[in-house]
Design a protein around this ligand. Structure first.
Ligand SMILES: *Cc1c(COP(=O)(O)O)cnc(C)c1O
Length: 420
């Protein structure tokens, strides 16, 4: 239904942006390759431990590799970190003590952190339950950082400032490394002892620098997103200053065990190989996102970022202003997935989320969003967030067939499409 000629025209318009993605992939691939060489990773690093996991050379090598690539002193990279939320929570609990303040300066953090912070709950073991003071500075009306607000919100209790790079399920732009650098400088000028934490989920390898390279003290993310390269079956990472990573290790395992325990259970090879592939896979996902933005824009759906915008994460937001169109879009992406294509996703309650959420993830690894996936809370203006794709070709095929399905179902009207 969508003519080949049309697709070719749209793709040609994306070409200059694909070229800059290719350049970024090369820069980051070189960074990763050099780190493998400098850390002298060998095939002995693939043999993992069981039981307590003491003397795990492979794990130590992997953590040294992450620290080097991401610009930290040390790292925790573990299958025992169950998700991005767990990585972030582990880092925050590690640093904050009763009476200390946590201040998020990029607006409300990602939905699953509400219960970690204890925004609406008390006796669940949340940070609030432990006596941590929480505050957040909302973005200004134009969705930029409220520097005046940050200055006013920082007080003698403020121990950790939180920055979320990616937009999550918010209707705001993601923050580039340049923007994060400016935020960190501003905070450190007010008080250099404040620890800056960055939620780096979905950001890894999208730019040529990571938050630690512009002054952040510690950051965290998920291995079933960018840095796992699509191969890692479970895990998370925390990278940063040595003392902070040690505290995080004590929180993850136990004081006295710290980084020295934690079996790697035959997962090392995929963790190394996934990290090696990650710059390329992130590039594929980014090209997929750019083509998606171009095509959706053409058919009249609002896109953020647009296909020409600079990107700092792999998320592509699309606003439908129409509940059925959003749900049908997610269903069609699922139907164009390699795994569980015959299953229809539907909106439902999810642990950690306040509203019903629809999640299409026809993925090899459960919920892996470096694989092609689309999700979002069911609420106006009905924005779906698409991310991932292990290959550009898959994203391109899936998005074209999804748009064709929406046309077929009368949810998009070709008569309204512009002349190119
Ligand atoms: C995905 C994500 C998280 C949480 O990660 P999970 O692995 O889903 O727990 C946190 N913050 C941001 C910005 C995310 O994108």
């Amino acid at each position: 239904m969508l003519q080949n000629e049309l697709i070719e025209k749209l793709e040609a318009q994306c070409a200059p942006y694909f070229t800059s993605i290719n350049q970024m992939v090369e820069i980051n691939q070189k960074k990763v390759l050099n780190a493998f060489r400098e850390e002298q990773i060998g095939d002995h690093h693939f043999s993992s431990t069981d039981g307590y996991g003491y003397d795990d050379q492979g794990r130590d090598g992997l953590e040294a590799l992450y620290a080097r690539v991401f610009g930290g002193d040390d790292a925790l990279v573990r299958p025992q970190i169950v998700s991005g939320t767990h990585a972030i929570a582990t880092a925050l609990y590690a640093m904050l003590r009763p009476g200390d303040g946590l201040l998020y300066i990029t607006g409300a953090p990602y939905d699953t952190l509400d219960q970690v912070i204890g925004k609406n709950t008390s006796n669940t073991g949340s940070l609030k339950d432990y006596g941590v003071r929480y505050n957040e500075v909302l973005l200004k009306d134009d969705q930029t950082i409220d520097y005046e607000g940050i200055k006013n919100a920082i007080n003698e209790h403020t121990k950790v400032v939180g920055i979320q790079r990616s937009k999550g399920y918010e209707n705001r732009p993601s923050f580039t490394i340049d923007a994060i650098e400016q935020m960190i400088q501003f905070v450190k000028e007010i008080d250099e002892n404040i620890i800056v934490f960055v939620d780096n989920c979905y950001g890894e390898f999208v730019e040529d620098r990571e938050p630690l390279e512009v002054g952040a003290d510690i950051m965290a993310g998920s291995l079933i997103k960018n840095p796992g390269g699509g191969l890692v079956r479970a895990g998370g990472y925390i990278v940063g200053k040595e003392d902070l990573v040690e505290l995080a290790a004590n929180r993850l395992t136990a004081p006295g065990l710290g980084k020295d325990a934690g079996a790697t259970l035959n997962m090392l090879q995929e963790m190394y190989q996934g990290f090696f592939l990650a710059p390329h896979v992130v590039g594929e996902a980014l090209k997929g996102a750019i083509f998606t933005a171009r095509l959706m824009d053409y058919v009249g759906v609002e896109t953020a970022p647009t296909y020409t915008d600079k990107r700092t994460d792999i998320i592509q937001a699309m606003t439908f202003h129409h509940e059925e169109a959003m749900i049908k879009f997610c269903e069609a992406i699922q139907a164009n997935s390699p795994i569980n294509s015959y299953v229809a996703p539907y909106p439902s309650e999810m642990p950690g989320y306040e509203e019903k959420v629809i999640m299409a993830a026809g993925t090899f690894i459960q919920g892996a969003s470096i694989e092609l996936s689309v999700d979002g809370p069911i609420k106006p203006p009905y924005t779906a967030f698409l991310q991932g794709g292990l290959t550009y070709a898959h994203v391109k095929i899936a998005i074209i067939q999804t748009v064709e399905k929406l046309i077929q179902d009368g949810l998009l009207d070709p008569l309204t499409f512009p002349e190119l």
